[in-house]
Design a protein around this ligand. Structure first.
Ligand code: T3D
Length: 265
């Protein structure tokens, strides 16, 4: 099924939501309308009990150039804009809702990802980027601090020095470099974009969704858990997995020497 929105394209098939940021003329920069579209798409995804994954990409030559700066026209002399508003109302909920979805989110970065665009890409559980894509902590160029989770993601993923350099100097990080640094899962050739989306769709649509969701939870919680607490969490989640249809199917498939046919339940 396909939903009509103004600044994104959204479709849902085989339990997988496809979000395509769709303002190619401005490299899919975030507008208020795009945030409202994303909220509606996320509400739909959250309401589905057959959800198996989400794929986000962008239309045209860019993934997302962050906040649409044309929506930040100077205010009358003496007035200053409250830049916290957009974070509280738009970026914070967007990032947290993506992280909280009970199924994997995959970002297929089809071109430049700058500012909050890079942060939102990194908020996804898996990030794949085409060779020509770049990640730019563009904030420093306009006198801002990385936001939408940027200061959380980068040091954890690439270490403090690389995070600091990328943030302070806003130098583009190529997709190949990003893969080498561990910022993304994989860098793929530009002409593999569509095939990558299809491959990710198939992996999500046919995966053991409950185990994927539990794995996502365990890996994210590992960032603040002690080893003992983490093993306790694994134990709790593994008990839950033991009750799933997918575990039974996985065991049957193993015994019958055939690939598993998971239903996501
Ligand atoms: O305000 C708040 O709420 C605070 C929170 C902010 C979150 C943020 O994301 S702040 C960071 C905002 N983003 C940026 O500062 C990045 C701005 N864009 C760029 O630096 C460059 O466009 C890129 C490095 C990303 C790509 O460069 P290039 O040379 O490949 O493309 P271009 O020619 O600069 O851009 C193509 C068009 O997109 C161009 O329009 P035109 O000239 O063809 O009519 C350009 O103006 C437009 N565009 C690019 N980025 C934005 C944008 N229009 C509006 N907002 C943008 N962010």
């Amino acid at each position: 099924m396909t939903h009509e929105y103004q600044h994104i394209e959204f479709s849902y098939r085989d339990g997988v939501g496809h979000i395509v940021l769709n303002r190619p003329d401005t490299l899919n920069s975030f507008t208020q309308v795009m945030h409202e579209d994303l909220r509606a798409a996320l509400s739909f995804l959250e309401s589905r009990d057959d959800l198996r994954g989400v794929i986000i990409t962008g239309r045209g030559r860019g993934f997302c150039a962050g906040q649409d700066l044309s929506e930040r026209k100077p205010l009358p002399e003496g007035q200053r804009r409250d830049l916290g508003e957009g974070i509280v109302n738009n970026y914070r909920p967007l990032v947290l809702r993506l992280r909280a979805l009970p199924a994997p989110t995959v970002c297929v970065v089809n071109g430049v990802a700058a500012g909050a665009g890079a942060s939102v890409a990194l908020a996804c559980d898996i990030v794949v980027a085409v060779e020509s894509a770049k990640f730019i902590q563009a904030f420093a160029r306009i006198g801002l601090v990385p936001d939408a989770g940027g200061t959380h993601f980068w040091p954890r993923m690439v270490g403090m020095q690389r995070a600091m350099g990328a943030a302070l100097f806003a130098e583009p990080v190529t997709a190949a470099q990003a893969e080498q640094w561990g910022l993304i899962w994989r860098c793929v050739p530009d002409d593999a974009l569509e095939a990558t989306v299809q491959d990710m769709h198939d992996k999500l649509a046919n995966g053991a969704t409950r185990a994927f969701a539990a794995t996502k939870k365990a890996l994210y919680e590992s960032g603040h858990n002690s080893l003992a607490a983490q093993i306790d969490l694994e134990c709790e989640l593994q008990r839950e997995m033991g009750h799933t249809d997918d575990y039974l199917e996985g065991m049957r498939a193993f015994a019958e020497k055939r690939p598993s046919r998971f239903t996501g339940r």
